[in-house]
Write a protein that binds this ligand. Structure first.
Ligand SMILES: NC(=O)CC(=O)C(=O)O
Length: 305
């Protein structure tokens, strides 16, 4: 039997988070004013004590629409959304995982769907460009082609969240690709959580939102934290699913929003990861001798039958 080593949690101290589930409209200034108010409110009304981190949803300053991304795109770090989030992080002395915004890359005029994380002193400590673009076609359900106007990022993102430990960051459709979470959780990265700002919809949300969040948590024995826009009831555009949530490393949902605008609070307990990994030690039972070559297409070994 594999005996797991005596475990030190990858989360050094418990982390108190708020997820801001808000609805973005066409008016960018109004979206940004709303973000400012929601973050102020989260800090003031926290039901779990002083917050460490606030997270925003995918595309919180613009409509989630292929034909609009370029109109709302900003330079990073000189754009106004970056400045506002940096100031808010500094003002409240918290980390902010800034959902995502359309980013204009001036060197090649490409547009990316980009998430920034800010430290409590307002510095950018992580930047992730959505790597897997949301190009799907479900007849009678939803057709969406991000690649019409967006380009995909070219890296997995793992970074140090100050004294808490390491975390991974993906955006929405990225959650369907388990590799990003595996990269974050495995040695030497040893992350305690994956954060996914995400805007699933009323077709794929009921099918897969909770399933994927819980799967990535169970696969990797870490927390998964997903923050969605609120649903635009009666609106004619993209209908986000809502249900922002936090899943613990056992796969249990420990906090969840409904469909409307809402703030959800959750505490990520530092002692849960070692308990899960000691009890169900898959983290130490992986057979890299069998699957080390199975990376990328065409590399699967076919056995001699
Ligand atoms: N909007 C997305 O990027 C992903 C999504 O809605 C899905 O995977 O379903």
């Amino acid at each position: 039997m594999t005996v797991p080593p005596v475990l030190k949690s990858p989360l050094a101290k418990s982390l108190k988070v708020a997820l801001i589930q808000l609805k973005a409209g066409a008016d960018k200034a109004a979206n940004l004013a709303k973000v400012t108010k929601f973050i102020d409110d989260a800090v003031k009304t926290s039901t779990i004590g002083s917050l460490d981190l606030v997270m925003l949803p995918e595309c919180f300053n613009s409509p989630y629409a292929v034909d609009q991304f370029r109109n709302y795109a900003e330079l990073i770090p000189s754009g106004e959304t970056t400045s506002i989030l940096s100031e808010l992080a500094k003002k409240h002395g918290i980390y902010i995982i800034g959902g995502s915004i359309p980013e204009l890359a001036p060197e090649d005029n490409k547009i990316f769907n980009t998430s920034l994380t800010f430290s409590p002193s307002g510095e950018i400590i992580a930047k992730h460009r959505k790597a897997h673009l949301f190009d799907i076609d479900i007849p009678g359900g939803i057709t969406f082609q991000e690649s019409v106007t967006l380009s995909g990022g070219d890296k997995a993102t793992v970074f140090k969240l100050g004294d808490f430990g390491n975390v991974g960051l993906g955006i929405c459709y990225d959650i369907r690709f388990p590799e990003l979470a595996s990269i974050a959780s495995r040695s030497p990265n040893n992350s305690f959580a994956m954060f996914y700002p995400g805007a699933f919809n009323t077709t794929t949300g009921p099918l897969h939102w909770h399933l994927l969040a819980r799967s990535r948590a169970v696969d990797n024995q870490l927390y998964t934290v997903l923050c969605s826009p609120a649903r635009d009831v009666g609106g004619s555009g993209y209908q986000a699913y809502g249900h922002s949530l936090v899943v613990d490393p056992f796969g249990k949902i420990i906090a969840e929003a409904g469909e409307g605008e809402e703030i959800v609070f959750a505490e990520l307990d530092k002692d849960v990861i070692p308990k899960v990994r000691e009890g169900i030690p898959v983290h130490y039972q992986r057979r890299f001798d069998i699957y080390e070559d199975i990376v990328g297409e065409g590399k699967v070994k076919v056995s001699d039958l």
